[in-house]
Design a protein around this ligand. Structure first.
Ligand code: SF4
Length: 321
């Protein structure tokens, strides 16, 4: 007999996003960030729980109700070439949302609106009839952003929007997104494995491990004083985040476990350098104090507000555990 295994790509993930706020989602590849994005947009039906957008449950199926809601929630993908139609001039692609949703008047009027969007994202008018392959990676991502902005979305889900671009172009696209957000006021779920990028873009950051949020808080606090051992390891591996503060690099052993077979107790315990016996059996809950949250038995309340971080693997505090 073959027993079917259940894969929980995300489990118990819960977050709020205020109007105009950017929530950064970080973690290793396969930790559930992209699944969270697809659930948020209603592209995947949750097996439990719901996604509420402006007071309404996001329907999971492609109903008219979903389409009505979906126009206010747009996505920017990692690969702009894959997100565009190679056979269509970019002006047609930017104007496409107007056609699909029956807005914008005549074809000429829709093209005029699309041209205004091109200028807004820094594309030249003479590029209107270009095809995606005739543009650079950064220009293609500008086309994708223009198309996403056509319907004046109130939520933008950005899934690794600059990771396929050259470093010099990344900064330009990030500045553009930040500028547009300030001007138009959309909220954003910003997914990236790059902590530096998230620190630049996000008002709040959530760290995911194996489908769960393990730490949350303002980026400056999370990256400068990480509470969870997994966040500590991520930060220690990104020297640009903590500069020359002398933090010791924490090297995690092994790869993340198969999400079909999540370890009991704390899911991080097989790789956690400071795990204690109870970590193998007791699942830590996500505790909140002020604007920080953490899911770890050793990152306890410091009293008087705030948490004390889990001990660093090389710290004296660990010897007392
Ligand atoms: Fe490590 Fe235990 Fe904290 Fe999990 S609960 S992160 S295993 S110390």
């Amino acid at each position: 007999m073959v027993t079917k295994a259940t894969l929980k790509a995300v489990d118990g993930v819960s977050f709020d996003l205020a109007r105009g706020e950017v929530l950064g989602l970080v973690g290793e590849s396969g930790c559930g960030k992209s699944t969270t994005a697809r659930l948020t947009l209603g592209q995947l039906p949750p097996s439990a729980g719901e996604v509420i957008f402006e007071g309404k449950t996001v329907p999971s199926s492609r109903t008219q109700q979903w389409r009505n809601l979906r126009r206010h929630m747009q996505m920017i993908y990692q690969d702009p070439l894959g997100a565009l139609d190679r056979r269509l001039p970019i002006i047609e692609q930017i104007a496409e949302p107007y056609t699909i949703h029956g807005i914008g008047g005549s074809r000429a009027e829709r093209r005029e609106k699309a041209q205004a969007l091109m200028l807004q994202v820094g594309l030249r008018p003479d590029q209107a009839s270009s095809y995606p392959h005739e543009l650079s990676g950064g220009q293609r991502q500008r086309v994708v952003i223009a198309r996403a902005l056509a319907l004046e979305p109130r939520l933008l889900v950005c899934d690794e929007p600059v990771s396929a671009l050259d470093v010099s172009i990344q900064a330009q696209v990030l500045n553009l997104l930040d500028d547009l957000r300030r001007k138009t006021g959309f909220s954003a779920l910003f997914i990236s494995h790059d902590l530096k990028v998230v620190r630049q873009m996000a008002d709040r950051v959530a760290v995911m491990y194996l489908g769960r949020i393990v730490e949350e808080g303002p980026p400056e606090d999370v990256f400068h004083a990480p509470l969870h051992p997994y966040t500590q390891a991520l930060v220690s591996a990104a020297p640009s985040i903590h500069g020359n503060r002398g933090r010791n690099r924490i090297v995690l052993s092994g790869d993340p476990p198969n999400p079909v077979n999540v370890p009991g107790g704390c899911p991080f315990h097989p790789r956690c350098p400071v795990a204690v016996v109870r970590c193998r059996t007791d699942v830590p809950s996500l505790s909140r104090e002020g604007d920080r949250a953490v899911s770890c038995h050793l990152a306890g309340s410091a009293g008087g507000g705030g948490f004390s971080p889990a001990p660093h693997p090389k710290s004296k505090a660990l010897e007392a555990v």
